[in-house]
Each structure stands twice: as C-alpha cells, then as structure tokens.
Design a protein around this ligand. Structure first.
Ligand code: HEC
Length: 107
C-alpha cells in the first residue's frame, strides 16, 4: 500500500513538472526573439500595405514615429484607417521589428 502511494505521488509530481515545462515553453513564444515579423506582416499588414510595403508607407519618416503609428494607429485622409496594434498585443519591440521589416522589403 505504501509503495502504491509513493508511486502515485511520483506520477503526480512528474505530470506537474511536464505541465510547467509546457507552460513556460508557451510563454516563451511571446518574446521578441521568437517574433516572426515576416509572418506577422503577411498575416496582418499585407492586405493594406502590399507585398513590398509599397502602399501607405512612407519609409522616410523617423523610425520612432513609424513605431508609434503601428502601436497607436493612424487616421488616414479617407478610410481604411491604420488600426492600433498595441491593443491587439503587439509590443514596442515587435512594432520596431515590423517597421524594420517593412523598410527591408520596400524597394
Ligand atoms: C486596414 C488597413 C491597414 C492594416 C491592416 C494595416 N495598416 Fe498600417 N496603415 C494603414 C493606413 C491607412 C495608414 C495611414 C496612411 C496615411 O497616412 O494616409 C497606415 C500607416 C502605417 C504606418 C505609418 C506609415 C506612414 O507613412 O504613415 C506604418 C508604419 C504601418 N501602417 C504599419 C503597419 C503594420 C506593421 C501593420 C500590421 C501589423 C499594418 N500597418 C496594418 C492601413 C493599414
């Protein structure tokens, strides 16, 4: 009986550790290091800005301003407006990476 209880406890502990490992692995994907700006751009931005960031993107503006526009959005002269992405979970580092990516694909 004692052996069985020890075995059950060991199993429970092993499962707990496995759950922790999975959770921390999932949390890590939120880091800027793992952020895939190309995939994010293709998923969220390409429809309005084009495959080579040729639309509605003035690469001569200062990076800091461009980053703010990604985070806070921007009202265009006529719709569609630029949505603010901070409330959608984009961090400042990720916005910087997106702006850098847009500059890199713009011809
Ligand atoms: C619904 C269409 C739409 C989507 C989706 C969109 N944008 Fe925009 N974006 C705009 C518009 C409109 C502007 C403002 C252009 C202007 O000043 O007239 C803009 C402006 C910008 C600017 C500032 C550049 C400038 O010249 O004003 C940046 C940087 C930018 N967007 C990045 C992004 C990124 C990164 C994403 C994806 C995460 C994204 N946009 C998604 C429509 C969009």
């Amino acid at each position: 009986m004692k052996k069985l209880r020890t075995l059950a406890l060991a199993t429970a502990i092993t499962m707990l550790i496995a759950v922790f490992v999975l959770i921390s692995a999932a949390a890590r994907t939120g880091n800027a290091d793992d952020f895939d700006s190309a995939a994010t751009y293709k998923g969220k931005c390409v429809a309005c800005h084009g495959a080579a960031a040729e639309k509605r993107f003035d690469a001569t503006l200062a990076d800091a301003d461009l980053v703010q526009m990604v985070l806070m959005g921007k009202k265009a002269e006529k719709p569609p407006n630029m949505p603010g992405y901070e409330e959608k979970g984009i961090t400042e580092d990720q916005a910087k990476a997106l702006v850098a990516y847009m500059k890199s694909i713009k011809k």
